[in-house]
Each structure stands twice: as C-alpha cells, then as structure tokens.
Design a protein around this ligand. Structure first.
Ligand code: OSB
Ligand code: MG
Length: 369
C-alpha cells in the first residue's frame, strides 16, 4: 500500500445542546479529520483534540503541527505491506497520542478496505452489536437533570452517566436515584476532586453507582489507590490511563477496577487493544469512552468496542444525541435495547457525506507525493 495523498481538515460542528462538565461548557465540537488515500481508496479517521488543553494537553494546533510536520511526512509516499509497517514509521514520536491516533484510525480504515474487511473484523472484533449508554452533561438544576435523563431513558438508553463537579454532586445523584432507583448509573468528575473530598466521595457509595470515573487528578494513579481503599463504588480511570504501562500500574496498585478506553487518549487502536487484552487477562472489564465524535470517529469507536472485553456499555450514543445532522450515512442509531449495531461494510462501513463535510470544514491542508 502506497499512501500517496493525505488531507487534514479542521471541522466544527454545533452540538444539539451545550455539554457542560467540570472542565467547562462546550457548544461546538472542533476536531481534525484525517483522510489517507492509496490504491484508489480513501481511509478516514478522527483526531479528537479540542481547541483548548483542558481534557488533554493536546490542542487543535499542537495536533495539526505534529501531524503535518512529523506524522504525515513519515508515511507519505512509502510502500507498506501491513499497517504495522506504517505505524512503525512514527512510533518514535513521544506523547501527542490524539494526533497519532487520528492517523492510525485513517490508516486502519484504508488497510481494512484494502483487505476487503470491515474495520471491526480488521481489529479483531467479535460482536455484531455493542451495548451503549449516554453521557449527560451538568444541567442547570436537579429537576432539569431528571427531565433530561428521563428523555434519554425514553430514547432507549439503559445506562446513564452523569457529569459531577464539586457542589453539584450528591444532590444530582440523589435526585436521579429517587426518580429512577434501578437504572445503571455512573458518575464522571473529570478530575474535579482531591483526597480532601473523601467524605463526600464516600457518601456516593449509598447510591448503587456502577462506577465513579476519574474522581481525582488527571495524571494521578497513586491517590486513586488511596481513595479506592476507602470507598465501595468501583473506580474507573479515564484521563490517567495513556498507555498499557499506566493500566498495569493502576491495576497493580488497586487504583481502579474498571478502565475506560478511548483510542484518542491512548494513541490509537493498537495501544487500545493492548490495554483491552491485558485487562481481559486480569478479568477487568473495560468500556469504550467517547469524545463527542462525528460519525467518522464514532464508526471507529464501535468497531473497536466490538472486541470481547468491552463489557460495560460505552459512551457511544446515537448521532442525534450530539448533532442535528451527522456527516456520515447512515447516521448512528440505537436499537430499543440500548445496543448499537456494528457496521458490516468495508472499513468504517459508512459513507462520508461530502457536501455536509464541506459545510463543517473550517480549513484543510493537503499533502501529496
Ligand atoms: O470524560 O468521558 C469524558 C467528552 C469529551 C471529553 C471527555 C469526556 C466526554 C464525555 C462524552 O463524557 C462522551 C461521549 O458521549 O462522546
Ligand atoms: Mg471521562
């Protein structure tokens, strides 16, 4: 496979409703779409960086720089037998995992298509449908949150994750539990607490939560192990797990008993699979997180989530939960039992709606051999 053309696009898509977390409020999602062309085919991937270094230190500009100046030149115009040969060309790049994952996603789509396989089959996926849930942002009040959750339950979601933040935690969780005593419920603090908040975090144990996601520091593993010994709610790590090595450390220390895998955060499907396989060998369930992707990133997420140890429902919701119109066809929808079908077509298995894509494109750059 010779990759003879690569295109980067900065895209901006308006969310159907503002998404508030302990990190701030988002009205739009701005990401970088990566397209790689070879043998008359195109592979697409989504680099899930955001404009600001809040969730991750990477930004649209750092990822663009790393892609343009290092990753793209390392693969453009070269002949590769397998995707692993291509990935080896830029394995020397440290960090910048979202940038690397964006290119790996596009290359994976291209190689899967060249092999005549779906991306799910290419990655070793085994399931035809994956369980999904929905991540609900902070709302203006407990009453509003209950209303929003009620709508998602009506849409068919069977697992609800709510964002929490200091002062906006116990009341929200208790309001939901009062109304919906039996739903699968999780919380995600995006690192908003410290060990000084143990008393409050202990109170959350009374609400039968499936897990508490990333309560402490975004780069912490040790403090989470101290917290884990004082609460009964399972801790799930998101932000702190960048690599297989982080996952091993966290599980050895007892910092978490569940891991959220996002290919963007860990640098791509290859690292995701390593973490997935390691957790599976330790009987630790994983689930697929989300970064409010467009249909392009979402298609890749679903393919990865079809691997066997993605046991808990993922943050992989229907297209309409995020955007009025998606840039792929068909748009993603969930079945009535909170499952999402895994695309079976070649590669990511969805068609890119070029006219819509052009409308959400802020800028693009092409690289050719
Ligand atoms: O912490 O999981 C997170 C979105 C952007 C950045 C971080 C997170 C999230 C979400 C939304 O929770 C997940 C989704 O539905 O895509
Ligand atoms: Mg999270």
């Amino acid at each position: 496979m010779i990759v003879n053309r690569i295109e980067l696009r900065h895209t901006k898509m308006e969310l159907v409703s503002p998404f508030e977390t302990s990190l701030g409020v988002e009205l739009y999602e701005e990401h970088i779409l990566v397209r790689v062309d070879g043998e008359g085919m195109s592979g697409w991937g989504e680099c899930v960086v955001e404009p600001t270094p809040s969730y991750s230190y990477e930004t649209l500009q750092t990822a663009w720089h790393i892609l343009r100046d290092f990753l793209v030149p390392s693969v453009l115009g070269k002949n590769f037998e397998t995707i692993h040969d291509a990935l080896a060309q830029y394995a020397w790049v440290r960090g910048h995992r979202m940038a690397r994952a964006g290119l790996e996603a596009a290359l994976s789509d291209l190689f899967a298509k060249a092999n005549g396989q779906s991306l799910s089959a290419f990655l070793g996926g085994t399931r035809k449908r994956v369980p999904v849930g929905v991540s609900v942002g902070l709302q203006s009040s407990s009453a509003q949150l209950v209303k929003t959750v009620e709508e998602y339950l009506r849409d068919g979601y069977q697992r609800i994750k709510i964002k929490i933040a200091p002062g906006r935690d116990i009341d929200l969780v208790s309001a939901i539990r009062k109304e919906f005593p039996d739903i699968q419920l999780q919380v995600d603090a995006n690192s908003a607490y410290t060990l000084n908040d143990v008393a409050m975090l202990k109170k959350l144990d009374d609400f039968g939560l499936q897990l508490n996601e990333q309560p402490l520091g975004y780069d912490d593993i040790y403090d989470h192990s101290i917290l884990a010994r004082q609460i009964t709610t399972p801790i799930c790590l998101d932000e702190s797990i960048y690599t297989l090595s982080d996952a091993r450390a966290a599980l050895e220390l007892g910092s978490c008993s569940i891991i959220n895998i996002k290919p963007g955060r860990v640098g791509g499907y290859t690292e995701s699979k390593k973490i997935h396989d390691f957790c599976m060998s330790k009987n630790i369930p994983v689930w697929h997180g989300g970064m409010d992707e467009s249909g392009i990133g979402r298609a890749g997420n679903i393919a990865l989530a079809s691997l066997p140890n993605f046991i808990l429902p993922g943050d992989i919701s229907a297209s309409r939960r995020y955007y009025k119109e998606d840039i792929v066809d068909p748009a993603f929808e969930i079945d009535s039992d909170s499952m999402m079908p895994v695309p079976t077509g070649l590669g990511i298995g969805v068609e890119i709606l070029m006219e819509r894509l052009e409308r959400v494109t802020v800028s693009k750059e092409e690289f050719k051999r």
